[in-house]
Ligand binder design. Structure first.
Ligand SMILES: [Zn+2]
Length: 234
């Protein structure tokens, strides 16, 4: 066991692990709809501090290859800043320790219609280009007897957004998490987002946005979809 761990540690950061696939084939077409974020075995053998140290070294190398002068006052701290930002902020949702703790309350008002929280701003990053996805999430559920603190809806969206993502998976991950937490199929999630990999590069379309949706349980009927759309568009 110890030997295996040592071996895995020595492999981390070696190029061997990076050569397994050709990501150009995935490219701009966001093809995959896998619910789980693809994580390798041993993803948490390094702790956060070790990961930051390693990312900082590697990012310094990228900057160096691009010809930037890392002794320059303004650039010197960049590798450290990027490493800290990746682990503590932009990609903090990769670490299950950062998953929000969900507490539920009794639905003492016996409110039995849909609850909609709309316009939840989120910032994510496209996993194909590592540039931002900026969007709004609209989340709805019908209580199965328990209700959730409203801010937890935001926190669940933020947690899954803080990963390298494709919007389809992000939408499904948020919906599945809510279904599990609220113990009901009756959950809907709609996301409307701008992908900087589409606007700032590639096709350079600055006006398009991408919409994805998940309608679970009773939400998957024309009436409920229309009702929800009506609330969101109001
Ligand atoms: Zn992209």
């Amino acid at each position: 066991m110890k030997d295996q761990e040592t071996l895995l540690r020595s492999l981390i950061g070696s190029k061997a692990l990076l050569n397994g696939f050709n990501n150009e084939e995935v490219g701009d077409d966001h093809l995959y709809e896998v619910v789980e974020t693809p994580m390798k075995r041993g993803a948490f053998l390094l702790n956060d501090e070790e990961k930051k140290e390693r990312i900082s070294e590697l990012f310094a190398e990228i900057m160096d290859v691009m010809g930037l002068d890392l002794t320059d006052d303004s650039l010197r701290g960049t590798p450290n800043r990027v490493a800290k930002m990746y682990i503590d902020e932009l990609f903090s949702g990769l670490n299950p320790d950062n998953k929000p703790k969900i507490s539920l309350f009794n639905n003492s008002y016996r409110y039995n219609q849909m609850l909609v929280e709309k316009n939840i701003t989120f910032y994510s990053n496209c996993e194909h280009h590592f540039v931002p996805i900026i969007g709004k999430a609209h989340v709805a559920y019908i209580s199965s007897g328990k209700v959730i603190g409203l801010s937890k809806l935001n926190r669940i969206v933020q947690y899954y957004a803080k990963r390298p993502q494709v919007q389809e998976r992000l939408t499904i991950q948020v919906a599945k998490e809510l279904q599990k937490a609220l113990n009901t199929e009756n959950v809907a999630v709609i996301m409307d987002a701008k992908h900087l990999c589409v606007s700032s590069r590639g096709i350079q379309d600055d006006t398009s946005t991408t919409i994805t949706s998940f309608y679970g349980g009773v939400f998957n009927t024309p009436e409920k979809i229309a009702e929800l759309q009506n609330y969101i568009n109001n």
